[in-house]
Design a protein around this ligand. Structure first.
Ligand code: HAM
Length: 419
């Protein structure tokens, strides 16, 4: 028996209500904020992610699904979508549009990660990107959008974890401080962190290995070592978020796992768990456009993990809106009613009435049982007599009543009420 590949999952019809709820809320909230949806390809040139996400990151080093196509090009299933959105911004000359350009996306991402609850190899993100404006107001609006999305889902007890990691200039000085600090604790660090000391010292700060925690606890904080402009930006942002009254927690250990971030970084955490289960995360990436060959252009965004969100929606027992079930079942008895039944179901659907028709000849009892299982409100029954006189037997499943009437009036009764 074949099984879905490890780290992937089938999303079954009965799960659809969760997906529709989360994705519907995402589109609604993003559009309320004036964002337009962008759909980029599922795969891109490998070098886009290597340049964009960064050569020293786990994503690029360990987690990419990279393959050579039959033409010999190296392609990668997207592990994230920010680099691709910027590629599209450059490719389509969005710099000549009014700035900033605000975009959102929903789609599948791929990372060769160790699968566990809420961590998959194929997963789905809702994300937003605002490109072309560096003002702290944009940071505040993006964080507000993320928050309104989670609030719109009805999720409770979340927090916004916030930090600033500065610009490349203030970061150079901060890196020196970090390396100095961790070098003096080298013996206590895990193997990964010893390597990171040379490649990406900032990442030491969010190592989860218990062995590294004492050294991390006494490490300097990036937010205390910002240049004047970055400190001003961060101060303004904190003031705005304070005015918005969001549950912001300043987290000096928050550094994020992608290399393109500058200044603001943030994550949305569920109650009582850490970054391993972040529902979403993002930040500013003012250096990314240049990295991808464009002119310096400010940008900020975030992405959220839909599977993780659904796990939390289920854990918090959030009441979902009812998903419409078909309201009509068309049953038939006898060969001569088979085609009229198909046509009657079609007539119903063309008027917007969701209808299921019986397909194989079965006893009326079996057909009514099927109708019952589907949860339909009405069954239409066509037999020899109904076919002959152009009527239908209508059965009200909820009230166990039935009567015969003209097909036209029966259909009208089922028309969706407007309003
Ligand atoms: P990220 O933190 O790598 O950021 O991913 C964002 C969210 O995607 C995570 O918070 C998590 O909810 C979900 N996620 C990540 N990996 C997995 C996985 N293996 N299984 C299930 N869910 C996962 C980014 O992707 C950035 N592009 C966000 C961004 C947008 N920054 C600026 N703009």
């Amino acid at each position: 028996m074949y099984q879905a590949p490890r780290g992937t999952q089938d999303i079954l019809p009965e799960d659809e209500k969760y997906w529709r709820y989360v994705e519907g809320t995402a589109s609604r909230v993003a559009e309320l904020f004036g964002y337009g949806r962008i759909r980029t390809p599922t795969f891109e040139d490998t070098s886009l992610f290597v340049r964009g996400v960064g050569e020293t990151t786990d994503i690029v080093n360990k987690e990419m699904y990279t393959f050579q196509d039959k033409g010999g090009d190296s392609l990668t299933l997207r592990p994230e979508n920010t680099a691709a959105v910027l590629r599209a911004y450059l490719e389509h000359g969005f710099a000549s549009r009014p700035q900033p350009v605000k975009m959102y996306y929903l789609g599948s991402m791929y990372r060769y990660d160790r699968p566990q609850a809420g961590r998959l190899r194929e997963f789905h993100q809702f994300g937003c990107e605002v490109v072309g404006d560096g003002a702290p107001t944009v940071d505040a609006e993006v964080i507000m959008l993320a928050w309104r999305f989670f609030e719109g889902l009805g999720l409770r007890e979340l927090t916004v974890q916030l930090n600033s990691i500065g610009c490349p200039e203030c970061r150079r000085a901060f890196h020196r401080l970090l390396v100095e600090h961790f070098a003096s604790h080298k013996e206590e660090l895990c193997e990964d962190c010893r390597r990171r000391l040379d490649t990406n010292p900032l990442r030491l700060l969010d190592c989860k290995n218990p062995q590294c925690q004492p050294a991390i606890a006494t490490a300097p904080s990036s937010a205390d070592h910002l240049c004047e402009a970055c400190a001003q930006h961060f101060g303004d942002l904190k003031e705005m978020l304070g005015a918005l009254d969001l549950p912001v927690v300043l987290n000096p250990r928050l550094v994020r796992g992608l290399d393109y971030y500058t200044r603001t970084v943030f994550e949305i955490w569920p109650p009582a768990v850490g970054a391993q289960s972040a529902l979403g995360g993002g930040g500013r990436y003012d250096i990314l456009m240049e990295e991808l060959g464009g002119k310096p252009t400010a940008g900020i965004g975030f992405a959220t993990g839909i599977e993780r969100i659904i796990l939390n929606v289920q854990a918090q027992e959030i009441q979902l809106p009812e998903v419409a079930v078909p309201c009509l079942y068309v049953a038939f008895m006898g060969d001569q009613a088979r085609i009229p039944a198909l046509l009657l179901a079609d007539q119903a659907r063309r008027r917007g009435i969701p209808a299921v028709s019986a397909l194989s000849p079965r006893s009326l009892k079996a057909q009514m049982k099927h109708a019952n299982n589907l949860g339909v409100r009405y069954a239409f029954i066509l037999g020899e007599q109904e076919v002959a006189d152009g009527t239908v037997t209508v059965r009200d499943m909820a009230e166990s009543r039935q009567w015969q009437e003209a097909r036209e009036t029966a259909l009208t009764r089922l028309l969706p009420t407007k309003g």
